[in-house]
Each structure stands twice: as structure tokens, then as C-alpha cells.
Design a protein around this ligand. Structure first.
Ligand SMILES: [Fe+2]
Length: 295
């Protein structure tokens, strides 16, 4: 047993979540493989992870080749950065192409991914996020009960919804995004009961004012010209500007971490619309009533 003095032990000294980048050149060349964004050493966590709850990886599949993935997870999301192909497992088989996103519930076996073709770089790239680190922390295997059905979000459907919103007058300023929901998560309005995702556009020459939330964000820059970046920091001043921010430039196909609780604003100084796809553990936080999102 350990019995601590309350005042000195109530806020233990733990490694903070860092601002780090998983660059796109990792999935643009080389052999077929999974490329984990593994920072568990930095976080002093025993098992592989990108954040305490989530693991994010790239999957590169050379044209005409295949790879199998597996995770001890309740939720797995795959976003197609590039290419077209198929994924098949115990929940069925789907065909995907650039810009599609799909989620699968607890999967005991492996998922078999095949790249049929790719528009560039000689192969497909997937952005893969799942909650195995949360299972590892709890020391559990998910029950075989599916918490949701496998769900596919087609690029065309997401973009069509964005267009609709763009023309609606009640949208919040400079925020033109679609939250990806699941019929099984009607209360939290999230991608799965754990995962949360958004397809967010930032118009040319515009700024999305700072906001913060207790979930971590693992942001995939989908499309951005030079001059698109996120500013992040722990505090804002009385005018709502982030104090001493860290600047993180968006590189298309790359992922960056936005630490939980940090204020962040998106800036587009280019002449083209920019797109970002954050993956978060915000399903879990919303369920716990602890997301505390503030704009
Ligand atoms: Fe955010």
C-alpha cells in the first residue's frame, strides 16, 4: 500500500501530451507496411500509443499488394488518404477510394486490405485510428458484442453535406464542417461510442477562432496549400487570442497532435480552401459529460 499526503499527491507529475507530427513522406514511399505514430516512450506508457486512449498509424499498401491489420479495440476508423481498394474481415467486405472513411466495431480476426490502384505515390495510404491503448490501460478485451455496425462514409456524401451547410445562413462563422455520427450513438452524436471525427474546411484567407476541449485531437491535414497552420497554447488573453502559441503548419497527408485542454485556432492564409480531419476520443468524453468544449 502507498499512503500519500493529499496536497502533494493530488496532482501527480505526469508526462504532458506533446505537440508532435507524423509526416506524410512515411506513407508516400517504401514497402507495404503499418507505420505507427508511437510516442509511448515519451508519455511513459508501457504499450504502443499516440495518446493515452488512442493509437494512430498510417497504412501504406503498394499497388497490387495487400496487408492485414488487427487491434484489440472496440472501435477502429480508417480514412483513405489516397488510392482505392478493398478491406475485408469478419464484418464483411467494402470497397473504398480516396476521401472515404469507415469504422468497424470489435474485430477478433484480422482485416485484410488490398490496394487496387492509386492516383500517385505507387500505392494507397490509410489513416488508421483505434482505441487499443485504452483497452491496454484497463487490462481488458472488449466483449464480442458490437457497439455499432460497420459504417461507411463516402467522400461524395460528406462533401455534399458540407456544400449544403455552406449555403445555410445559420452556420457558425468560418466553420464549415460535418460531424460524422453513427446511428448507434444518438446521444453523443459521435463516430463511435469512443471515437469522434469531423471533416472541417477553412475557407481561403480566413481564421477559425480558438476553441478547446478535454479530448485529444489527432488531426490529419487532408488538403492545404502553404500558409495554412494551427496555433495552440494553454491560455487565451482577454481578447481571445492564444498566449505564446506554438505554430503547427499543415502538410497534406500529415498528422499533428493537439494536446487536450489547449486552445487552438486554424489559420488559412492561402488562396484555396483547406481541409482537416481530426480524430478524437471525444465519444468517451461526451459520454462522461467531461468534454468541456468551449469556443
Ligand atoms: Fe478542436
Amino acid at each position: 500500500a502507498s499512503i500519500f499526503e493529499y496536497g502533494s499527491a493530488a496532482n501527480p507529475d505526469m508526462r504532458p501530451i506533446p505537440v508532435l507530427v507524423h509526416p506524410p513522406d512515411l506513407h508516400e514511399r517504401g514497402e507495404t507496411r503499418v507505420i505507427p505514430f508511437d510516442i509511448n516512450d515519451f508519455l511513459e506508457i508501457e504499450e504502443s500509443c499516440t495518446s493515452p486512449n488512442l493509437m494512430a498509424s498510417f497504412v501504406r499498401i503498394v499497388k497490387g499488394e495487400a496487408i492485414e491489420t488487427s487491434a484489440n479495440a472496440t472501435s477502429q476508423a480508417f480514412y483513405v488518404i489516397r488510392g482505392n481498394g478493398t478491406s475485408e474481415g469478419e464484418h464483411g467486405k467494402i470497397s473504398w477510394s480516396t476521401g472515404d472513411l469507415f469504422v468497424v466495431p470489435v474485430t477478433r480476426g484480422k482485416i485484410h486490405h488490398v490496394c487496387v490502384d492509386a492516383e500517385s505515390m505507387g500505392g494507397a495510404a490509410l489513416y488508421w485510428v483505434h482505441d487499443e491503448p485504452l483497452m491496454s490501460y484497463l487490462g481488458v478485451n472488449p466483449s464480442s458484442e458490437k457497439k455499432f455496425e460497420p459504417t461507411l462514409y463516402r467522400r461524395e456524401e460528406m462533401l455534399a453535406r458540407v456544400e449544403e451547410i455552406k449555403h445555410a445562413s445559420d452556420r457558425s462563422n468560418n466553420r464549415c464542417g460535418v460531424l460524422l455520427g453513427n446511428t448507434a450513438c444518438s446521444q453523443t452524436k459521435t463516430l463511435t461510442h469512443v471515437l469522434w471525427s469531423l471533416l472541417n474546411s477553412i475557407p481561403a484567407q480566413s481564421v477559425q477562432r480558438p476553441h478547446r476541449h478535454n479530448s485529444i485531437a489527432l488531426d490529419l491535414a487532408v488538403a492545404a496549400k502553404p500558409g495554412v497552420y494551427t496555433l495552440m497554447g494553454k491560455e487565451i488573453d482577454r481578447n481571445g487570442f492564444i498566449i505564446d502559441p506554438i505554430r503547427c503548419d499543415w502538410v497534406p497527408g500529415g498528422v499533428f497532435i493537439t494536446p487536450p485542454g489547449w486552445w487552438h485556432s486554424h489559420h488559412n492564409e492561402s488562396d484555396d480552401v483547406a481541409w482537416v480531419l481530426p480524430m478524437q476520443d471525444a465519444g468517451l468524453y461526451t459520454h462522461q459529460r467531461t468534454l468541456d468544449i468551449r469556443f
